[in-house]
Design a protein around this ligand. Structure first.
Ligand SMILES: Cc1cc2nc3c(=O)[nH]c(=O)nc-3n(C[C@H](O)[C@H](O)[C@H](O)COP(=O)(O)OP(=O)(O)OC[C@H]3O[C@@H](n4cnc5c(N)ncnc54)[C@H](O)[C@@H]3O)c2cc1C
Length: 409
């Protein structure tokens, strides 16, 4: 069994920055990473461009059972610290509406900068080595760590194995098993930042359209539980796009609690119901015999959505517009402004960008990211019960927790 001072399980975003900080403080650090290379998920972030932080930092950007504690940590190492930290290793920032990317707009340049720094600091890296189990060191101080290739005795152990989202990049929930084995509890992991599977037989017809709209979730008697606005994508199994991603963790949670969840959608949030009513009446009056019901809505909504809205309002696309009475016009308007459909499911971990749930922050010493349960054990990144909204907040959490943990190790 090989002895090591600091052992980090997982060479993703959090593991790499933690290793750098610990090595800068003079520690001998070993990273064990199960994939062929470090930071495989990092390469996929921001559509390959790596949205690594955001100028806007608020408590609501971080979610979990104890999001206040998460945000307090982000205030200790946050947006400007992150930008400076990355500048030092050679990543110059570029921004679009407060969303920060490397100036190259290539995630690979962030990964290479981290790898160069790890190399400079002589951090030992074993890729293609999967940790299978960990236990408190059998009477000796430290931790026994068994992999598919070897075993180690580590004085200090940092678990940065990520969550369960996007397992193709390496994170498949191993960290929860390690944490449980050492006496921690785990808030059940659920997919977050993902699309929704809807009930109904109309989705094949709307698939392929995008629109600027607002979505919200309704569950139980409590009314709206979450909402967001932006570019929505209509897909053949349901609905996707950033606003849907932003609300998806709340759908996952309600469905997990066996509650019914409905999705509401306003396909034209820039116009009020009354404005649209007046516009439809104006168009209808100009129509004469020329306009069909489909023509009446053209230019207001994308084509496939028009067909679905008319179908669900029991109006034929070809029906002459002049024949549409008040009841039908209001039916169509209600479909445009208050479309409502049952959510069947949340797309699974394979499609999700992050994972809600994980090790509760109340079991973590938030100044140091040390376990309150086991001495010399640390956790950082998505394995903890924190999920950020879209916009660079999940990587910010990985940097914040990884850097603070690495410093205190
Ligand atoms: C497609 C996609 C796009 C995204 N885009 C963005 C974005 O633009 N901005 C943003 O802020 N966030 C984004 N995210 C989320 C962000 O990538 C994650 O929140 C972040 O990578 C989490 O960092 P982590 O180090 O905790 O976990 P990970 O990056 O998942 O790293 C965990 C590492 O641990 C390794 N590992 C797991 N188990 C073991 C084991 N048993 N033994 C050894 N190694 C193990 C894994 O292989 C992996 O390399 C995106 C996610 C996805 C999937």
């Amino acid at each position: 069994m090989r002895s090591t001072e600091v052992l980090i399980i997982g060479g993703g975003a959090a593991g790499m920055v933690a290793a750098i900080e610990a090595a800068r403080a003079g520690k001998k650090v070993l990273i064990l990473e199960k994939m062929k290379r470090l930071g495989k998920k990092l390469l996929a972030t921001g559509n390959g461009r790596c949205n690594y932080t955001n100028f806007v930092q608020k408590k609501d950007c971080y979610r979990g059972e104890d999001s206040k504690k998460a945000f307090e940590a982000v205030e200790r190492f946050g947006f400007s610290d992150t930008v400076e930290w990355f500048k030092e290793i050679g990543v110059l920032p570029a921004q679009r509406q407060g969303y920060f990317y490397p100036a190259s707009f290539q995630a690979v340049s962030v990964l290479h900068a981290l790898e160069r720094e790890l190399q400079r600091l002589k951090v030992e890296i074993h890729t293609e080595e999967t940790v299978l189990s960990i236990s408190a060191g059998n009477g000796k101080p430290g931790f026994a760590v068994n992999t598919d290739k070897s075993s180690y005795l580590a004085k200090k152990l940092l678990v940065c194995t990520g969550g369960k989202a996007a397992p193709v990049h390496g994170s498949s929930g191993d960290g929860y098993l390690f944490a449980s084995a050492l006496g921690h509890t785990v808030v059940p992991p659920l997919p977050a930042l993902t699309s929704l599977v809807l009930d109904g037989n109309f989705m094949k017809e709307w698939a392929g359209n995008r629109l600027q709209g607002r979505v919200w979730l309704i569950s139980g008697a409590g009314g709206e539980i979450a909402g967001d606005e932006g570019e929505i994508q209509l897909v053949d199994y349901g609905i996707s796009g950033i606003p849907v991603f932003q609300v998806s963790r709340f759908a996952a949670k309600a469905l997990e609690e066996k509650k019914e969840v409905f999705l509401g959608m306003d396909s034209m949030p820039a116009y009020s119901y009354e404005e649209l009513y007046r516009e439809l009446i104006r168009r209808k009056e100009r129509a004469g015999e020329v306009y069909s019901a489909g023509d009446l809505l053209e230019g207001m909504l994308p084509d496939k959505l028009i067909k679905v809205i008319l179908k669900l309002s029991s109006v034929s696309v070809k029906e002459p517009a002049e024949r549409l009475g008040e009841r039908k016009l209001h039916g169509i308007l209600k479909m445009i402004k208050e479309f409502r459909v049952r959510v069947k499911a949340v797309s699974g971990f394979e499609k999700a960008q992050v994972c809600a749930g994980g090790i509760p922050l109340e079991e973590i010493e938030m100044e140091t990211f040390a376990s309150k349960i086991v001495k010399n054990l640390f956790f950082a990144g998505e394995v903890l019960d924190v999920d950020g909204i879209c916009g660079g907040y999940n990587l910010q959490w990985a940097w914040t927790s990884g850097i603070l943990a690495g410093r205190h190790i």
